[in-house]
Design a protein around this ligand. Sequence first.
Ligand code: OGA
Ligand code: MN
Length: 296
Amino acid sequence: MDTATNTKITVIPTGAALAADVVGVDLSQPIPPEIYAQIRKAWNDHLVLRFRGQQLDDPQFLNFARLFGELDKAPIHAGKDVVNHHPEITVMSNIKVNGKSIGNLGHYEAVWHTDMSYNDLCPIGSALYAIEVPPVGGNTGFANMYRAYDTLPAELKREVMGKTCRHDSSRNSAGELRKGFKETTDPREAPGAIHPIIRTHPETRRNALFLGRRQSAYIIGLPLNESEDLLNRLWAHATQKEFEWYQVWKVGDLILWDNRSAMHRRDSFDPESRRLMHRTQIKGDKPFFDAATLVA
Ligand code: OGA
Ligand code: MN
């Protein structure tokens, strides 16, 4: 790194369908506007950015994340009492202290999802910072939903054009029922926000497939069996290996993802090992589809 910090960055794409390393930046130090502009462009180009070897306390982590927009308060947890001094930080961890979980999501697999797409406003992105990582497992996968849209077979594209989907709000990505929600078995009765299946990214103006979560999703206006069939075909298309990239965590990694054009999932890991991440998310916008993108 230069002796004067944060004067030059290098963006190194992973070579997979998405994600790039940003090298030469110390996120604990101020980021000048021209460097921020380069990071923002790289984020739009690559959807997921990784900054390795960082050493951040919570205020430094929050200062960096705030460059991208106003931060959300931590989301509703699945029945855990998480103590945290910074309301904008969520602890993601399987660690227990005196038998109580200190964080969210445990050691389970988290299925493919978009964060909080069951709300009308969905976070534009999230940042996850690794403090402790298990020796194996707990990798985080990301999938490029621009690619999923761009490669949709013409017939499938015609079928979903103009359609909306309801995103179930009752369960989290580990399948746990959220506090205060009732069990539903019929997707037509699940609670949650309704969004276009094809969404236009407000900055890049590119279209992305917007699926949220598979469980209890429902395509508005279709008979249940047709909705299930169409969703199964969309998910089979969207979760192809060629759209993915996996983050294998090291302590000091900070990953920033675009929640409008990428989905993510997490592998399970040995519950006896420890994983501790701090997480924050950038306040949401309302997903929309701009038909003008089709004639451009
Ligand atoms: C999240 C999430 C995955 C992980 O923070 O939204 O899905 O790897 N985390 O912890
Ligand atoms: Mn998530």
